[in-house]
Design a protein. Structure first.
Length: 195
């Protein structure tokens, strides 16, 4: 069996499979970057939470002036709530790109590759609709928080910071979902489900 040539690849069925492949690499890189950034944010939040809890345990224990400053991190729960929301939204594009969402294998396993690809297309279309709707509504929420200049109680940090981070992740999720629709169309045209 011979290896496919460039002219064979130009005649692959589907919607611009070469362009889809190139854009897929870019989408994957952006999704991976966001996932790593979300992971680093979570690690920071975990470290801050440990420091805050440890600081609570040492309140009033030391009688040495410099150590009396040990205590909980002010506004730790405000940072955790905003940071976790941003991190979750940062993970969604990578999950969508890597086909990480839940599927019911009992029903899907016996199906042929083409039927799996069709179900994948349906799921990706529905996910794209949901992602666009969520991103749009979150963006409206961001505009609302910006207009009222709402802040957190302890740190007086603008609430829109968390919304802005989440909106970025959600729009990348929507674009990634749109890309996966394209990928599914090409998989159906080629008669395969993909990796």
């Amino acid at each position: 069996m011979s290896m496919p040539t460039a002219s064979d690849q130009m005649h692959e069925p589907g919607l611009s499979p070469e362009l889809e492949s190139r854009i897929g690499r870019i989408v994957g890189a952006v999704a991976a970057f966001l996932a790593v950034a979300g992971g680093l944010l979570l690690l920071f939040l975990v470290a801050m939470t440990v420091i805050s809890i440890t600081g609570r345990a040492f309140v009033g224990v030391f009688h040495f002036a410099p150590l009396n400053r040990l205590g909980p991190v002010p506004g730790d729960f405000e940072m955790v709530s905003a940071g976790c929301a941003v991190a979750v939204c940062a993970f969604l594009p990578w999950c969508q790109y890597r086909r990480g969402h839940v599927t019911v294998d009992v029903f899907i396993t016996p199906l042929s590759g083409r039927w799996k690809a069709v179900l994948s297309l349906v799921g990706n279309v529905l996910m794209t609709v949901a992602a666009v709707l969520i991103a749009w509504r979150m963006q409206l929420g961001l505009a609302d928080k910006l207009s009222y200049n709402e802040t957190t109680m302890i740190l007086e940090m603008p609430v829109w910071y968390g919304y802005a981070g989440a909106v970025v992740g959600l729009w990348v999720f929507a674009l990634t979902s749109l890309y996966t629709v394209w990928r599914s169309i090409n998989e159906i045209a080629a008669g395969r489900e993909g990796p």
